[in-house]
Design a protein. Structure first.
Length: 508
């Protein structure tokens, strides 16, 4: 703070401080006028009109004169402080030392704190102290002046002690107020310098006065300066980003339009593919149905072949049994042939015996005639037996030939049956394999039908999503246009903000 060592100069060279002190001098001069009016009001009490007019009027007149010539100076403040104490002494004298009139001293001393200057308080304290001691001796000497109702030196010291105590407190408060005023004036001066241009804000100024508040304010200015410098750099970067954003917005808009076109083509392709897939699904379903029918028929054929195989197996068993029966019949024919041979031998022997008997009967003559008849009958019977045996022999030979033919036919039948069994087994295996393959084909067709149905559903979903993507692409294209407009607005905003931020002048 710039101050003068002379009490005849203003306390600060700043216009704000000078204006404050001039206004304070005017107010305090008004207080002196009120004190004069109060003195005139006290004059009728003890008939002190002349004293009131002379002392009070002279005091107010000096103050008014100096107000017009030295307002705002420290000397003027000291004169006002002296005038306050003169007015207090006048009121005490007019009241003949009444104790209540001494209160005006403390009241007027307290008013001097408004000046935020310790010197007027000290001057007033010295003046009132001199008044008390001087007027005490004058009152005791019978001069006709009054300072107390009952002149006692101890009372003077008590009054002086209270005045000094109050003055000490007021001086301390005045010093604090003066520091606050200096701090405020420094802040006001610095703020005025920062904004003096009206168009620009110069952040290079700092408050010269040192205090916690001014240090915090200077720190705020440092941070604000750093912020403005950083904003300047960010604005440069923003302009670059705006330009780059405009270019990329154009590219994004073009890409979004191409994406929308490609998405539309993909939607159409997916719709066509979905239609084709649905057709494939229908065909696969029909194929699966046909395969299921074929599988059903194959299963029926397999069961029929199994039945045929069972019948052929049963026939083979029957043929084997028949073959065994034919072999048994052939064996019986052989046995019969042997019996026939035995019977033939017996018949031949019987024939021989009959022949011998006939010969013997012929030899015997009439005696052997009956025996000859029997012998003839026996021979005839033997001949018929031989004839029957020949017939039986022919039958047995035919039976043996038939048995041999039947055995050979049975052998061929068994061979054929074996081949039929083998063919039936092969056919059954083939039909079983065909049934398995047809079942596999049916399952595959079912899987294909299911897969194609799922693919058709997925294709529909993909087409729907592609339509959504197409809508998003078109929305992105519209937003890209909006983004381009926003980038232009951002560029304009950065230019405007740059113009605003250039109003701040920094040291960097």
């Amino acid at each position: 703070m710039r101050s003068s060592n002379s009490i005849y100069s203003s306390d600060s060279s700043s216009s704000q401080s000078l204006a404050f002190y001039k206004r304070a001098d005017l107010i305090m001069t008004g207080v002196l006028g009120v004190c004069l009016l109060y003195s005139l009001a006290l004059a009728p009490w003890h008939g002190t009109w002349m004293t009131s007019i002379v002392v009070g009027g002279l005091t107010l007149g000096i103050a008014v004169f100096l107000l017009n010539t030295m307002a705002g100076t420290r000397f003027m403040r000291c004169v006002v402080a002296t005038g306050f104490m003169v007015m207090s002494a006048l009121h005490i004298h007019q009241a003949h030392g009444t104790v209540e009139m001494h209160f005006s001293i403390f009241v007027l001393l307290a008013l001097l704190i408004f000046y935020r200057d310790w010197l007027p308080i000290v001057v007033a304290t010295v003046v009132i102290a001199i008044h008390h001691f001087l007027f005490f001796y004058l009152q005791v000497s019978g001069v006709g002046v009054y300072v107390t109702e009952h002149p006692m030196l101890s009372m003077i010291f008590i009054h002086a002690g209270y005045v000094v105590a109050e003055a000490g407190v007021l001086v301390y408060l005045a010093i604090l107020a003066q520091k606050d005023a200096m701090q405020g004036e420094s802040l006001a001066d610095t703020t005025h310098q920062i904004t003096a241009d009206g168009q620009h804000i110069n952040l290079s100024y700092r408050v010269p006065f040192e205090s916690p508040v001014t240090d915090a304010f200077n720190g705020f200015l440092d941070q604000l300066e750093n912020l403005v410098s950083g904003v300047n750099k960010k604005l440069d970067h923003m302009r670059e980003m705006g330009s780059d954003l405009a270019g990329k917005s154009t590219h994004v808009s073009s890409s979004a339009e191409r994406q929308a076109s490609e998405s539309e083509y993909m939607v159409q392709a997916m719709q066509e593919m979905s239609t084709a897939t649905a057709e494939v699904a229908r065909n696969a379903e029909q194929a699966a149905s046909s395969a299921r029918n074929a599988d059903h028929h194959a299963q029926q054929g397999n069961r029929a072949m199994q039945n045929i195989k069972a019948e052929i197996t049963s026939l083979n068993v029957d043929i084997n049994l028949t073959g065994e029966a034919v072999v048994g019949a052939a064996q019986l024919a052989n046995d019969i042939h042997q019996v026939v041979d035995v019977i033939r031998g017996v018949a031949e022997q019987t024939n021989l015996l009959a022949l011998n008997a006939a010969i013997e009967a012929a030899r015997a003559g009439d005696q052997g005639r009956g025996f000859a008849v029997v012998a003839d009958e026996v021979r005839n019977l033997s001949q018929r037996t031989a004839q029957s045996l020949n017939e039986i022999q022919d039958f047995i030979e035919r039976l043996q030939q038939a048995s041999q033919s039947a055995r050979e036919a049975m052998g061929r039948s068994q061979t054929s049956v074996q081949r039929c069994l083998q063919a039936a087994d092969a056919s059954a295996n083939t039909l079983s394999g065909m049934a398995n393959e047809i079942s596999q084909i049916s399952r595959i067709n079912d899987m294909i039908a299911t897969a194609t149905q799922q693919q058709s559903t997925v294709g529909d979903d993909v087409a729907r999503h592609l339509r959504e993507v197409d809508g998003i692409a078109r929305s992105n294209a519209a937003q890209a246009v909006d983004l381009k407009a926003l980038s232009a607005q951002l560029n304009m905003l950065s230019v405007d903000l740059d113009g605003q931020i250039k109003r701040f002048s920094t040291r960097r």
